[in-house]
Design a binder for this molecule. Structure first.
Ligand code: NAI
Length: 779
């Protein structure tokens, strides 16, 4: 090209980044890789697979498919290293994390080039986004290690963490997983995705250079079968990022195992453009939302919702912009769109688009590379919210769009998805933006920006986008557990009897559903005896239909989530006051059922639990995270939604109140299964609720056999979280059934909680989701 021609076209010339250093590093390693276990690379194994550059098809290296023995060895090395790593203390660990961060900085270009060659993403992205964010994650969490003992005195490491990551941000996802785990004193066995393992292996080299103790980081390579081995291994936690279907499988596979879990899954995130938005910025935002990393981004703004009045003009601008995107050699610094990760993914995208019959399609009119895994930027407009491509994750550079008329309709369409990862709102009206952001069902909301990430801001989803947060203070709980001691779970048996009633009146307690006392659908009840075998009363046996009615009642009581903490505090105080008036009666009831004399102290502890939850209702605040932009990332605490819980058998009133009060304080509705052997305190308790201004449906109380209630409740699609403290240990059943809609779970796993210590903080945390709302300001 002559200078004259360049001036005439104003086109970018090619500016390719050299691959030489990265290729040399691969040659240095012998082009054949084993795993990184106990501080050393193992020899390449017998079963090898190739890692290819998707832009060219060239083979970059040969990798080893891990065997069971490899995984066992890695887990054993991590286990052996863990105690010492944790016990050296946070400041000691911080030094290693700083060292890793510095080495990542020092070798940033090598990492960026290798990432681009292995994954196909444009070098501009790997150089300016992936690698700097990975460094930032290690710096940030070095700080968290430093602060851990002072700021999180009740937290300790989980132990060994199994971590399985995807191929879309290979090094960045590794950093998101490894940095917080190490900071909190855990050791890890990490499996990169089979398409993109090279930067993980380069990272292993960095760990060696940093002098990280052997076994703290272990990396094994291979496909989903190796992932399954890690899931089944003797690890204390599984952290997974990937598809919702695999996430669901992992949930089922670990059910009842006691392994902690975080899942960061798919999405179909809405990108909402209101008619007063700065349209040019919104178009530019879309380039970052859906064409960043070829749309292979879990939080990609893949569903465009445009206000009707501007739809035509906006789509015209968008198409013009699409036609200016540059696709091609990812190592070229002028390239906007690189290669899709693998021919398999390219085929998935092509097939999904080919199968679509809805809307009208525009594919960027740009010159496509003649070879390699490339897919053109694509827009399909005029869709209906229910069209398959508006619902399913494509994970490619394909944007689907529809229009809306009013803000309320925008929210409705935006939330019409089984996912809840992220959302973007464009409007110049601050009132509108801040009205809409809390209404969107998503873990992250960007206002007039998109795809902003930082180590200081939590990231993660709700609904079937998974659970747990990565980043920020909130991300640390995913890698710690409380120091609280627990005891092995002992089944609490009901007393048997002969049927002689303690008084002459027939006392068959009803259940409490939707603010009403209801008879069980089954028509059956069971007797409750005291220690000497005298009949105390009967309770109904809930069945599937009672569970359904209770969940419907709870789901219908949505207004509770919108009440103020101030109001909820007053109602909780009121419940406390009304309980305190009847304290003696409840104490006697508890003594009669349990045959112990702990009734009075249990009622007193329950009162304290109510008052403590009331106190927190307007004080369990969010945070404003300092992120490196002009703006803030607000960590807003929102209620989880409908929480189902099997209450503790051993503490018939305190177990129920400890669960209910914090959940209510945070704006949740609950469906509670009363203590199985001692249910009568719960059925008395709804009389207290009835006189305490608790709106109908906010608290629902069922009685009956826990196993009959557990599975329908845990499997119900309208329940958002499920807890089990039942002494019949239903952890496995609950977690297995919870996979239906990937609800959050908290189960006792053969351990008894000490209900006499104040557990309110833990319940407040479990009762809230953190939504991160990014609000940039200025020009
Ligand atoms: P995937 O979920 O199968 O792979 C992610 C990771 O999980 C990889 O390391 C893989 O080896 C591992 N894995 C696969 N099966 C496993 C199992 N049974 N047990 C344990 N680990 C297992 O994702 P895949 O097949 O590569 O992509 C398919 C679709 O998943 C994409 O089209 C996209 O829709 C979605 N996806 C979403 C991601 C996200 O960040 N949310 C990332 C990658 C894929």
């Amino acid at each position: 090209m002559t200078v004259k021609e360049i001036f005439e076209s104003m086109d970018y010339g090619p500016a390719p980044e050299s691959a030489a250093e990265a290729l040399a590093w691969l040659v240095d390693q012998g082009d054949r890789f084993g795993h990184f276990i106990d501080g050393d690379f193992t020899n390449p194994g017998a079963h090898a697979f190739e890692s290819r550059n998707p832009a060219t098809g060239e083979v970059l290296a040969s990798l080893t498919q891990a065997t069971q023995a490899d995984v066992d060895m890695a887990v054993a090395a991590a286990r052996k290293a863990q105690g010492k790593w944790e016990n050296q203390g946070g400041p000691g660990r911080a030094r290693y994390l700083y060292a890793i961060a510095r080495l990542l900085q020092k070798h940033a270009r090598l990492f960026a080039v290798l990432e681009t060659m292995d994954n196909g993403k444009p070098i501009r992205e790997s150089r300016d986004i992936d690698i700097p964010l990975a460094q930032r994650h290690f710096y940030y969490h070095a700080g968290m290690a430093q602060l851990m003992e002072g700021e999180l005195p009740d937290a300790q490491a989980l132990g060994v963490c199994g971590q399985i990551i995807p191929w879309n941000f290979p090094l960045l996802m590794l950093a998101w997983k490894i940095a917080p785990a190490l900071a909190m004193g855990n050791t890890v066995v990490l499996k990169p995705a089979e398409y993109t393992s090279l930067t993980a292996l380069l990272f292993a080299d960095i760990c060696r250079q940093a002098g990280l103790p052997d076994g703290v980081v272990n990396i094994v390579t291979g496909d989903g079968a190796v992932g399954e081995m890690i899931v089944a291994a003797d690890v204390d936690k599984i952290a997974f990022t990937g598809s919702t279907s695999v996430g669901r499988r992992i949930r089922q596979a670990t059910a009842g195992s006691g392994k902690a879990m975080t899942l960061e899954l798919g999405g179909k995130s809405p990108y909402i453009v209101f008619d007063d938005a700065d349209l040019d910025s919104a178009v530019e935002g879309l380039v970052d939302a859906i064409w960043f990393n070829q749309g292979q981004v879990c939080c990609a703004g893949s569903r465009l919702l445009v206000q009707e009045g501007i739809a035509e003009a906006f789509h015209a601008k968008l198409k013009a912009r699409m036609d200016k995107l540059r696709i091609g050699n990812p190592l070229d610094k002028c390239i906007d769109i690189g290669a899709v990760v693998d021919p398999v993914q390219l085929q998935t995208i092509s097939q999904m688009v080919a199968a679509n019959t809805a809307g009208s399609m525009h594919q960027a009119r740009i010159e496509m590379p003649s070879q390699g895994c490339f897919y053109p930027p694509t827009l399909i407009e005029g869709m209906e919210p229910s069209d398959p491509l508006m619902q399913e994750e494509i994970f490619g550079p394909v944007l689907v769009s529809c229009t809306f008329r009013t803000p309320a309709e925008a929210v409705e369409v935006a939330n019409n998805t089984r996912y809840g990862l992220a959302a973007t709102v464009w409007t110049e009206n601050v009132n509108l933006a801040l009205d809409i952001a809390p209404k969107l069902v998503a873990g992250v909301v960007w206002v007039n920006a998109t795809n902003l990430f930082d180590a200081a801001a939590g990231f993660g989803g709700v609904r079937e986008s998974g659970f747990g947060r990565e980043g920020g203070w909130e991300g640390l709980s995913a890698y710690t557990k409380p120091k609280a001691k627990t005891k092995p779970l002992k089944p609490v048996e009901a007393y048997a009897g002969e049927g002689a009633p303690v008084d002459a009146i027939d006392r068959t307690a009803k259940m409490y559903v939707g603010g009403k006392q209801t008879r069980p659908d089954s028509g059956y009840s069971k007797p409750i005896y005291n220690r000497s075998g005298a009949l105390l009363g009967h309770v109904g046996l809930a069945n599937r239909k009672d569970v359904r009615n209770a969940v419907e009642a709870a789901a219908g009581a949505k207004g509770w989530a919108k009440t103020t903490g101030h109001l909820r505090a007053q109602i909780l105080y009121y419940i406390g006051e009304n309980l305190s008036v009847r304290a003696d009666e409840f104490a006697q009831r508890i003594n009669a059922m349990t045959g112990k004399r702990s009734g009075a102290s249990e009622v007193e502890a329950s009162l304290q639990r109510l008052f403590t939850a009331a106190a927190w209702a307007d004080k369990y605040d969010g945070q404003a995270h300092g992120v490196p932009i002009r703006g803030v990332a607000l960590a807003m605490k929102e209620p989880v939604g409908v929480i189902g819980a099997l209450c503790a058998d051993e503490a018939p009133l305190l177990g129920l109140v400890s669960v209910m009060a914090p959940a209510l304080a945070m704006g949740n509705r609950v469906v509670l299964a009363a203590s199985d052997p001692y249910p009568l305190a719960a059925t008395d308790f709804y009389q207290v609720l009835e006189t305490s201004d608790v709106p109908a449906g906010v608290v629902n109380i069922l009685t009956g056999t826990p196993s009959d209630i557990a599975v329908p409740l845990a499997g119900h699609m309208n329940v958002d979280a499920m807890w089990s403290f039942s002494s019949s240990d239903l952890s496995r059943e609950v977690e297995d059934a919870s996979a239906s809609n990937l609800k959050r779970t908290w189960v006792n796993n053969r351990q008894t909680m000490d209900w006499s210590t104040d557990v309110t903080r833990r319940f407040l945390e479990a009762s809230t989701e953190i939504k991160t709302i990014w609000v940039p300001y200025g020009e």
